[in-house]
Design a protein around this ligand. Structure first.
Ligand SMILES: Nc1nc2c(ncn2[C@@H]2O[C@H](COP(=O)(O)OP(=O)(O)OP(=O)(O)O)[C@@H](O)[C@H]2O)c(=O)[nH]1
Ligand SMILES: [Mg+2]
Length: 354
């Protein structure tokens, strides 16, 4: 957890509502009001109950959050979305635009929220620009297409006392096609296997982060798959991560910037690339573990031939056993690698807290 005194030493950024350095961090106050004991710091990823906190604390916390909204040609959605954000009680809003060619800017500016142009490429560039330009202790990220419900941000607030990164897990049954849902499932499962985590909905575009942590994350390598890289970097930084359920609806209008299959493929490639760079032992041992599949095939076929026809296929048995040994070795290395990773995370967490 980032310490309070570090907050006031933030060097970059523009404050909203009050000047930088004057902002009080209410986390200790919230922590004192939480009914539950903070859960073990040894569990970086946990699904928690949303605790009940007093209304005036919620109001104070809302002022501590800047809502960063990346936009690229979202004139049909952004106006209504900003009104919803304000109606939900969040007054610090920063729209980071990717040089929209439509009327996005004209719609944003009269609504009294900040509008800046992004540096860097893609949505990742927009988010990095946004994180550098805020001075509140927390940042909320939300797409500018209207697919997320701003009042859901209140669900994140009680967890801010105990977690550095809170991911919104979408209730997407009605607003997402089966193909999209399947793709999200594959990407989330692969990510969790490769990183040894249990995070729901890796691709969700709504989350809240400790602003200091957000600025420390370097997610410039994969500009088109920002969500995975941000959460991967947070995992690697041993941030305490949790998730809360949120709503998901169809975009208000305009065009999606992503193509289902192309984006799905990109997301998977990013997962493997991140794992290859940051967790190579786990990745390669995971791949070796996959050798169990051909092992089962060869041994199963040899057994079938033997039982059904009385034929003994020595070649298949040998191939099956070789794959089995390879897979068993892979499995052992994978287990040791993930144990080492867990120990490393605990040590890093302990270091961050001291
Ligand atoms: N500033 C900026 N915003 C971007 C860029 N690419 C996408 N966005 C915004 O990021 C958000 C997510 O983009 P979407 O096109 O909705 O992508 P998606 O949510 O994966 O796709 P859908 O499921 O079709 O909504 C939207 O608010 C976009 O306007 C970019 O290069 N720069
Ligand atoms: Mg969208």
């Amino acid at each position: 957890m980032i310490k309070n005194d570090q907050k006031s030493s933030l060097k970059e950024g523009v404050a909203y509502g009050s000047r930088q350095g004057e902002m009080t961090d209410f986390r200790d106050e919230v922590r004192a009001q939480l009914t539950e004991e903070p859960s073990s710091t040894l569990k970086p990823v946990a699904r928690t109950e949303v605790s009940v906190i007093p209304t005036d604390t919620i109001a104070k916390l809302r002022e501590q959050v800047t809502v960063v909204i990346p936009t690229l040609n979202e004139e049909e959605a952004i106006g209504t979305l900003i009104e919803e954000v304000k109606a939900a009680g969040y007054n610090n809003v920063l729209v980071v635009d990717g040089y929209s060619k439509d009327g996005t800017r004209k719609i944003v500016e009269p609504r009294g929220v900040r509008f800046i142009l992004q540096e860097g490429a893609g949505k990742a560039g927009a988010l990095a620009t946004g994180f550098r330009s805020i001075a509140t202790p927390y940042v909320a990220v939300m797409d500018g297409d209207g697919s997320y419900v701003p009042s859901d941000m209140d669900r994140f607030l009680p967890s801010l006392a105990r977690f550095d990164f809170i991911k919104g897990v979408r209730n997407w049954k009605e607003s997402m096609s089966r193909t999209h849902r399947f793709g999200n499932y594959i990407i989330t499962t692969t990510f969790n296997l490769l990183f040894g985590t249990n995070i729901g909905d890796i691709c969700s575009g709504m989350y809240m982060i400790d602003a200091e942590l957000a600025r420390q994350l370097d997610f410039s390598k994969h500009p088109l798959t920002a969500e995975q890289e941000i959460i991967a970097q947070a995992v690697l930084a041993s941030a305490k991560i949790t998730s809360v359920p949120i709503n998901y609806r169809k975009r208000f209008g305009g065009k999606s910037k992503t193509h289902t299959w192309r984006q799905g493929f990109r997301d998977l490639v990013t997962n493997f690339d991140l794992a290859r760079t940051h967790n190579p032992i786990l990745l390669f041992s995971f791949l070796a573990t996959l050798a169990i599949l051909p092992a089962l095939f060869f041994l199963g076929y040899a057994l079938f031939q033997f039982l059904a026809h009385g034929n003994f296929h020595g070649g298949y048995v040998l191939a099956g056993l070789s794959f089995l040994v390879l897979g068993a070795q892979g499995f052992t290395v994978a287990t040791i690698a993930s144990m080492l990773r867990r120990i490393e995370r605990r040590l890093l967490q302990a270091q961050r807290q001291s």
